[in-house]
Design a protein around this ligand. Sequence first.
Ligand SMILES: [Zn+2]
Length: 311
Amino acid sequence: MLIDVSNMVQVLENHSVLVKEDHFAEKYVGRYFRATIKEQVYIKGVGLHTGLETNLYLSPAKENTGIVLRNYHTKEEIQVNPFNVKSTVNAVTLSNGSWDVYTVEHLLCALATAGVTDVIVELDRNEIPILDGSSIEFYQAIQQAQVIESATPLEPIKILNPVWVVSQDKYIIAVPAEEFKVTYTIHYEHPDLRGRSLYISLNSEILAKEILSARTFGFLKDVEYLRSKGLIKGASLDNAVVLTDDGYVNNLRYPDECIRHKVLDLVGDLYLLNRPIIGHIIAFRTGHSMDVALAKNILNHLQQNELIRKK
Ligand SMILES: [Zn+2]
């Protein structure tokens, strides 16, 4: 039998292989090797806050590029890391000082789940499209673009000692564990959201199945206030769960969709670190601000090689 090896030779020369799902790490979110996408993929949609239609391209990147946001018009770039976060009010905004990009967290959660470490995110506006309010459409686009792993191992950040952020009665703490897991407690004045907790061990397959489709949410009573602040211009029942005082305006995808979305945001925010984590993240009523502060804390300790070490 004759086998055409031309493709195989190409693959070996690139030190990369097409990835199967089973290359996902079992005990944490992501992969054992750095990875990019094989082909460019195009995504179009409105920004949640700006309401502007945005064209976005995810493109393959060289190894160790990290995740880079690129302005389609000016070609200026923003490296995705916790220290380039400019604002965490209502969404995570990254900046290079002259160009800002809003609402990066849902895309980051999809990239974390797919285990993509190196990619160029080029966009012609300054907000990542909200799509359906979750990460699932980004994840499907990444899968369509096909993930390719490099031969370079990707070391997860292993939490060896507790790292935390406390703000009044809210807290987020990373403690040692043998896998990546999250305990998140939500608390809002709503019958389904009063002190409800979700404890879940996460790897990429579980995340894709249980978390990525959970949509962002907001209270009907806050809509006018947020609109008066110039926010949520792109929000609609197509991209957000809207809560009334004791129920929901639209149908839910999961009975606990709101708390699952908080986990989605947390995973996305922590992927500002561009590396998987092994540890248990325990969060009580936190949001982007404290998630990002924890990411900075982890990075600081990592750089000082004190409390956290590479395994
Ligand atoms: Zn969100």
